[in-house]
Design a protein around this ligand. Structure first.
Ligand code: NAD
Length: 450
């Protein structure tokens, strides 16, 4: 599989795709490593994860440079992404020693519960955030005592492969964390069908997620799904409009809009609609889409020519309000673009574009804002802007989404739960309860009758 730099369209490497026999060998090794790994004492498992985190920390610059070259991410973002893997490993390194069960007195005895690791966990990662999404799966899975096989996306395998090397260097035993590059229909599909893989942790499109969920039903396999989004950014007339408008470009154009949490629909209350657009325009025009190796870059290219074609198809024929700029020449560049929706029936308003395109639509009142925000099969993220605390609480409760920000566009903190409602996903990652998703509760009854 050729690895291509999206900023230059140059081939920067080649990674062999794993064939079906190779996948089974890797899963077999992970299954063999499970017994010894779950037997490592919680304190020692924690120490190994902290050493893994330290190895990542020592290689943040190298990992970031690799991601810039492979994914076209801005170097600032890529540093954050490598740092996020370190932080998530550190956070879950605290978990093995806290994974205790409960004692429940019952008539005639005592029930004791244990959180048992599942076995081999298959983590399937999309191309848009290769490092963090890998870490959100493998760190809690390993902390809970599982072994992990991980499939990076076809086009962005490099950082995951490097993370697996760092895990070995940090002392994780062979077979505990294995990265298997290859095609979704070969490697990912085998995670679904191989009986030794006891859980699939999938992040990607809703379309593929539905197939994974159906496939997992056959073995009643545990599954976590983190899927697509079409999140709303709701701006009420009483909001701090300057702050809302200044933050809106970053909330959708970050990572060139290839972000499941992108606030790609902006709903603005009718009375301040014109003023909001006036404030938004200079912020969009100032958004720096440029060579991602520059510290000043806020946005790089799209991941591929196909992705750019797909993004273009939504903009062709739509009402463009204004746009920013993007470099010419080699690479898959696309400028930040603001579209005006009218009926709310437009494809660009309804479908996940996964590019630097945002649609704006006015609304009348609170009920209208909620109805329009919820008029989507997705429910991943979103923002709302208001100075009215009561309204903030009411609207936050009414918007059908897994993660919401009030007077902010920040979605992800590794110490709070993350995941989608409706067709944006199933289950939650991150936060203090993530280990529950990588264990089964076993209840053992001890009879006390003599
Ligand atoms: P995708 O569904 O095409 O691919 C995701 C992964 O699944 C890749 O590794 C791919 O190789 C693999 N895959 C493909 N077909 C498979 C199959 N039949 N069986 C098993 N695995 C298979 O998604 P993508 O285009 O890589 O990523 C973009 C999508 O991911 C967007 O919809 C985005 O919203 C979503 N996403 C969601 C989150 C979240 O946390 N909710 C985060 C990032 C991305």
């Amino acid at each position: 599989m050729d690895v291509i730099n999206p900023a230059t369209a140059e081939v920067v490497g080649t990674v062999p795709g794993t064939d079906p026999a190779g996948v089974d060998v890797a899963i077999g090794r992970a299954a063999a490593a499970f017994g010894p790994w779950r037997a490592v004492s919680p304190g020692d498992r924690a120490r190994l994860l902290r050493r893994f985190a330290a190895a990542v920390d020592a290689h943040v610059e190298e990992l970031a440079a690799l991601e810039v070259r492979n994914s076209g991410h801005t170097v600032g973002n890529a540093r954050w992404e490598a740092g996020n893997v370190r932080d998530v490993l550190d956070y879950y390194a605290g978990a093995p020693e806290r994974l205790s069960g409960r004692q429940i007195p019952v008539p005639g005895g005592l029930d004791v519960t244990f959180h048992e690791p599942l076995g081999v966990v298959g983590v399937i990662v999309p191309w848009n955030f290769p490092m963090p999404i890998a870490g959100w799966g493998f760190a809690p899975a390993l902390a809970a005592g599982n072994t992990v096989v991980l499939k990076p996306a076809e086009v962005t395998p490099l950082t995951a492969l490097r993370l697996a090397e760092l895990a070995l260097e940090a002392g994780l035993p062979e077979g505990v964390f294995t990265v298997i590059p290859g095609k979704g229909g070969v490697v990912g599909q085998r995670f679904v069908t191989h009986p030794a893989v006891r859980k699939v942790c999938f992040t990607g499109s809703t379309e593929v997620g539905k197939r994974i969920m159906a496939g997992c039903a056959d073995q009643v396999k545990r599954v976590t799904l983190e899927l697509g989004g079409k999140s709303a950014n709701i701006v009420f007339a009483d909001a701090d409009l300057e702050r809302a408008a200044a933050g809106a470009p970053g909330a959708v154009f970050d990572n060139a809009g290839q972000d499941c949490c992108a606030r790609s629909r902006i709903l603005v209350q009718a009375g301040v609609y014109d003023r909001f657009l006036e404030l938004l325009e200079p912020a969009v025009r100032a958004f720096r889409c440029e060579d991602p190796t520059l510290d000043s870059a806020q946005m790089g290219p799209l991941i591929s020519a196909a992705q750019r074609d797909s993004v273009t198809s939504y903009v062709d024929g739509a009402r463009v309000a204004f746009r920013g700029t993007a470099p010419d020449g080699a690479g898959w560049w696309y400028p930040p673009t603001v579209l005006l929706a009218e009926s709310g029936q437009e494809a660009h308003w309804h479908e996940e574009i996964f590019g630097p395109v945002v649609s704006v639509l006015p609304f009348t009142d609170e009920a209208d804002a909620i109805a329009r925000a919820n008029d989507t099969p997705y429910g991943l993220s979103g923002s709302l802007w208001t100075r009215d605390l009561g309204r903030a609480v009411r609207v936050a409760r009414a918007v059908e989404t897994g993660t919401l920000s009030v007077n902010s566009n920040s979605s992800v903190r590794y110490w709070t739960p993350f995941g989608g409602a409706k067709q944006s996903g199933l289950g939650r990652e991150l936060g203090p309860d993530a280990l529950a998703a990588f264990t089964d509760v076993k209840n053992v009854f001890f009879a006390t009758d003599s």
